[in-house]
Design a protein around this ligand. Structure first.
Ligand code: NDP
Ligand code: MG
Length: 397
């Protein structure tokens, strides 16, 4: 029986995780569920899974959740705030933590789970982008097992040798090939990019996901973040990482071996597959995923990425190569840019412009501790907000 804390239960990964958990009640006990603002949804999840703890954003949300749970006679203790997230992730009643909060907000709770030596199912890629070196080192030092939920990294994890010890060359691996769908604007006329709306950007052709990662997929910043994620997870040098466009999202990623073999993991684009892989390891669990019908898919195609169309991918690549705190800057600027785009304060093409502006100004900085990284994250967000305000004023004069 795995005692599970699910951080980000009310999100897309959270709901998919609970779907898998509900199929195997004999294997999992849900100890904690956390949301942020969606109190109603969290209340329903608490009614179904009866966790010992639930965590929300603040006192107001906590009161609202307590009222709902009381009315439904659910005996869950309601906590709130970042420290409570860290406490449930590190608590002695928990064996494993699904880290599925979106953005850098997931960093401290995920780090707390690592310090407590938990098994971590890692969906929150921003943890690795912001603090990859520190997080991996913390996990290693405290014996925390990190299992990748992100579909590409999960695919790579599945086709690497079982005894992979962090040395790709020794494992006979020449490179890791991340596949990317290319998102909804793979063939859109470049002249129309400036007019792309949030509603269009969140319509991913293959995957159903939260808003932030959907916009990241549309700019291909998501693949950039994933390059950095792979760099830390698999100890891969930038030269050992490739990106290939694969619009069908059937091959979830590949490992190229020295003898010319390329091993791929395939399946329908359904996050329950990588989630179930992590939750079930070493066994394979029924995830409720449809059978992949090859005849219906027909063709699998592959293309090189276009860096002119997707400047965010180029920026992420450069941030990975620059190292130091550049990926932290990239992430903070991108989070502000995506939120501003979703709020219709900046246009689609301004996302890359804002990220580039922040990298130019802050990308060279060094930050080795969590405190220094969080301080830099805050500085970059403040600078990015100023940029957004100026940009908005100019556009609306
Ligand atoms: P969603 O936006 O759907 O869900 C985000 C979750 O985080 C919600 O539970 C939300 O609570 C909670 N949350 C938001 N802000 C905060 C905060 N400041 N503090 C604490 N909790 C917060 O995101 P996804 O599920 O799509 O993505 C989650 C993570 O998984 C991301 O890092 C993403 O990159 C990664 N991922 C997602 C994939 C997918 O298919 N969706 C695929 C691969 C990776 P509430 O809604 O209650 O406000
Ligand atoms: Mg992915």
């Amino acid at each position: 029986m795995i005692r599970l804390a699910l951080l980000g239960a009310t999100g897309s990964i959270g709901e998919n995780t609970l779907d898998v958990v509900a199929r195997h009640p004999e294997r999992f006990r849900v100890v904690a569920l956390t949301g942020h603002r969606q109190v109603e949804k969290l209340a329903e999840q608490c009614q179904q899974f009866k966790p010992r703890y639930a965590v929300v954003a603040d006192e107001t949300a906590a009161q609202a959740l307590r009222q709902r749970l009381q009315a439904a006679a659910v005996d869950t203790e309601v906590l709130f705030g970042e420290q409570a997230l860290c406490d449930v992730a590190a608590g002695s009643e928990v064996d494993a933590v699904m880290a599925a909060i979106v953005g850098a907000a997931g960093l401290l709770p995920t780090l707390a789970a690592a310090k407590a030596g938990k098994t971590i199912y890692l969906a929150n890629k921003e943890t690795l982008v912001v603090a990859g070196a520190l997080f991996m080192e913390t996990a290693r030092r405290h014996g925390a097992k990190v299992l990748p939920v992100d579909s590409e990294h999960n695919a790579i994890f599945q086709v690497l040798p079982e005894n992979f010890d962090g040395d790709l060359a020794r494992a006979g691996v020449s490179s890791l090939v991340l596949t990317a769908s290319g998102g909804p604007f793979l063939h859109t006329d470049l002249a129309d990019f400036a007019a792309i709306t949030p509603a269009q950007a969140v319509q991913h052709p293959n995957w159903s996901m939260g808003q932030k990662i959907s916009v990241d997929s549309a700019t291909m910043m998501n693949k950039g973040l994933e390059l950095i994620e792979a760099h830390w997870l698999f100890n891969a040098a930038p030269a050992q990482l490739e990106v290939v466009i694969h619009p069908q999202s059937i091959v979830h990623s590949m490992v190229r071996y020295a003898d010319g073999s390329v091993l791929a993991q395939m399946g329908l684009p359904d996050m329950r597959t990588p989630i179930a892989y992590c939750l079930g390891l070493p066994e394979r669990l029924d995830a409720g995923v449809d059978k992949l019908d090859f005849a219906r898919v027909g063709a699998l195609t592959f293309n090189r990425p276009d860096f002119v169309r997707f400047p965010c991918l180029q920026l992420a690549y450069e941030a990975m190569q620059a190292g130091k705190a550049a990926p932290c800057v990239l992430n903070a600027a991108n989070e502000v840019a995506v939120a501003a785009f979703l709020a219709k304060r900046i246009g689609f093409t301004a996302i890359a412009a804002l990220v580039e502006h922040c990298l130019d100004n802050y990308g060279h900085q060094q930050a080795d501790s969590v405190e220094a990284l969080l301080h830099l994250d805050e500085q970059v967000r403040a600078a990015a907000q100023v940029w957004v305000r100026n940009h908005y004023r100019v556009l609306n004069q």
